[in-house]
Design a protein around this ligand. Structure first.
Ligand SMILES: CC(C)(COP(=O)(O)OP(=O)(O)OC[C@H]1O[C@@H](n2cnc3c(N)ncnc32)[C@H](O)[C@@H]1OP(=O)(O)O)[C@@H](O)C(=O)NCCC(=O)NCCS
Length: 210
């Protein structure tokens, strides 16, 4: 259930961090981002505060900041963000059904030795609500994830592609969140040495066909 379905006048505005940096400059943007907190996931908080601007500038990934806006547009609150990066994924044949396999074959390459498809797929690399001052209650995770998926779809409408993916910690609440939103598990990836902010030894990999 999305908050905007329950309260139709609720609206969200989002801005690309690169545009925000161009318009306001680094100091003002830092100040806006300093009001973001995400105690449930320190990596999500530290990425936004320490890496997002640099990664946006260098084109490694693009971050989109989401604000809740009152009906008359006078009030705005920072409610969350998501980050998208351009990637390719490899998915084993055994992880998908025949319809998904057909789409993967059409959009990607099949390696018959490894029995896996490789396909271009934007990565929803970060996604989190802002827990400062209860701002997390102004948006649902479903709303935020749909904004990220809408963005991917807009890009794919221009350049082609059908898939998106994400990786998450092996935590019950996160698993049910993504599965409820129709993401499908396709693998587990061992953490890299520098991924020290993440709980566990592996990340779960999910894809969606848009
Ligand atoms: C993931 C998220 C967007 C989902 O939003 P939502 O569906 O509106 O869910 P809520 O914020 O109400 O949280 C639902 C439950 O999941 C739990 N939860 C959320 N993120 C969690 C995390 N990273 N680790 C453990 N539990 C988490 C919450 O504590 C809550 O538990 P409760 O039901 O016992 O109260 C949001 O919870 C969030 O921003 N989490 C922190 C950032 C994060 O982990 N992002 C995912 C990166 S893969």
């Amino acid at each position: 259930m999305q908050i905007k379905d329950l309260i139709p006048e609720t609206s969200f505005v989002q801005i690309n961090l690169s545009d925000l940096l161009d318009q306001l400059g680094e100091d003002s943007v830092k100040e806006i981002l300093s009001s973001f907190s995400c105690p449930l996931n320190p990596d999500v908080e530290s990425f936004l505060k320490n890496k997002a601007a640099e990664f946006s500038k260098r084109g490694f990934s693009k971050t989109h900041i989401v604000f809740w806006q009152s009906a008359d547009g006078t009030e705005k609150e920072l409610v969350g963000y998501y980050t998208i990066a351009s990637k390719v994924i490899s998915i084993e044949r055994s992880a998908v059904n025949s319809n998904e396999a057909r789409k993967l074959r059409e959009h990607g390459i099949f390696d018959s030795k490894k029995n896996e498809y490789t396909v271009a797929a934007p990565l929803i690399a970060q996604l989190g609500k802002n827990y400062t001052n209860g701002n997390d209650t102004l948006i649902s995770g479903d709303d935020l994830l749909h904004l990220a998926m809408d963005k991917v779809q807009k890009v794919q409408k221009e350049v082609g592609g059908r898939f998106a993916y994400l990786e998450c910690e092996e935590k019950e609440k996160l698993i049910s969140f993504y599965e409820r939103n129709h993401f499908k598990l396709f693998g587990r990836r061992k953490l890299d040495r520098d991924e020290t902010n993440i709980d566990g030894t592996h990340l779960l990999q999910y894809f969606i066909m848009l």
